[in-house]
Design a protein around this ligand. Structure first.
Ligand code: S3P
Length: 169
């Protein structure tokens, strides 16, 4: 049966939110950005949650949002870059059509230049690289790869819709 949910995963700056909105609009499905949901519920930005309550508090809130998304259909979900690396989110990532928006670290850096909203990008360059490298195995394991380097969000969304409508056997 065709999955009733599309889930986008990938590193920060891979375009999950922008692409997800387009895919949802084309399908006439709802769109959820889990980061935005966490912020809305907490009534405070993610950067502040990290700063004042620590990463664990953010991961708890993120896991709750994902769990709820897992009960809904006709939904496109843009997940936070760290969600697939959390063992507790395994259940959520075991259903739906999951696409990995593949992005080189250089491109991710370029797209997030000057960004202050993502606490994990405020670290030293080496630490960001370690994070990036460590995440790839999770993304590769869970998602159908879709390249994003040098491509527009529309182009990436088109590829996802094509793969979703005509999945390879
Ligand atoms: C994070 C990615 C962010 C956000 C938080 C932590 C991560 O989401 O969830 O800052 O651990 O990679 P985006 O990937 O949407 O930027």
């Amino acid at each position: 049966m065709t999955p009733r949910r599309i889930v986008l995963i990938g590193f920060m700056g891979s375009g999950k939110t922008t692409v997800g909105r387009i895919v949802a609009e084309r399908l006439g499905w709802e769109f959820v950005d889990t980061d935005a949901c966490v912020e809305e519920r907490a009534g405070t930005p993610i950067s502040r949650i990290f700063r004042e309550q620590g990463e664990k508090a953010f991961r708890d809130a993120e896991a709750l949002v994902l769990e709820e998304c897992g009960t809904r259909a006709r939904l496109v979900v843009a997940t936070g870059g760290g969600a697939p690396a959390q063992a507790r989110n395994r259940g959520f990532f075991s259903t739906g059509a999951i696409f990995h928006l593949k992005t080189s670290l250089a491109t991710a850096r370029e797209r997030t230049r000057g960004d202050t909203a993502r606490p994990l990008l405020q670290q030293e360059e080496d630490a960001v690289r370690v994070l990036y490298d460590g995440r790839q195995a999770f993304y590769d394991e869970l998602g159908i790869p879709v390249d994003t380097d040098g491509r527009t969000p529309l182009d990436v969304a088109d590829e996802i819709l094509g793969l979703f409508r005509n999945p390879s056997p």
